[in-house]
Design a protein. Structure first.
Length: 196
């Protein structure tokens, strides 16, 4: 997806050439590494950039709020995580817009990618939970002779075919077909109620 590529570009976009860095040292006091990565001094980058080594640009970037456009509870749970000591959060909106627009902004932690991964994991979990059908639903799927599915449209199509096939008119008033149709109707209404 284009969105993902954009994020990856952003992630590595902050690395600058040695010539551009003019072989300046990392600005972290006492650090002897080259300042190969730049990080904006202010939120809008108008005050220029710090130059840091990878380790220290990471440290510096930790102070920014990467989660401004996350759903609130997601951001909150992440920020409460003891693993990351975010020192500072910025107001919503402006900072994020600037980051996205500024391809030179560094994201060496790959938080943008991490976020996409978390989102995907959440979706997968939702799907998994949906597949945990009740015994009654499992019986209903068996009665309809179809693999369990959340696809209500497919289910309806399948149901309509069964109705046609087992309708008494199509079976010369066969009593067994009528019973079968009753069970099919019952099973479908169970699934229709549970899955919609
Ligand atoms: Zn450094």
């Amino acid at each position: 997806m284009a969105r993902t590529q954009q994020k990856r570009r952003t992630r590595y976009g902050g690395r600058i050439h040695f010539e551009e860095a003019n072989a300046r040292p990392c600005e972290k006091a006492g650090c002897l590494e080259l300042g190969e990565f730049r990080a904006p001094k202010s939120r809008d980058g108008a005050d220029g950039y710090h130059l840091f080594c990878l380790e220290h640009v990471r440290e510096y970037n930790k102070s920014y709020n990467y989660f401004a456009d996350m759903p609130e509870e997601e951001a909150a749970s992440f920020q409460h995580s003891a693993a990351y000591g975010h020192r500072q959060t910025w107001p919503m909106g402006h900072r994020t817009a600037t980051m996205r627009a500024d391809a030179s902004f560094t994201d060496p932690f790959g938080f943008a990618d991490e976020r996409a991964e978390r989102q995907a994991a959440k979706e997968a979990e939702k799907q998994r939970q949906r597949r945990q059908y009740t015994p009654e639903q499992r019986d209903a799927f068996r009665t309809l002779d179809i693999d369990p599915t959340d696809d209500l449209h497919a289910l309806k199509r399948h149901y309509k075919q069964l109705v046609k096939r087992f309708h008494p008119d199509a079976n010369g008033g066969d009593r067994r077909a009528e019973d079968r149709l009753k069970n099919i109707n019952q099973a479908f209404s169970v699934l229709n109620a549970g899955l919609s």
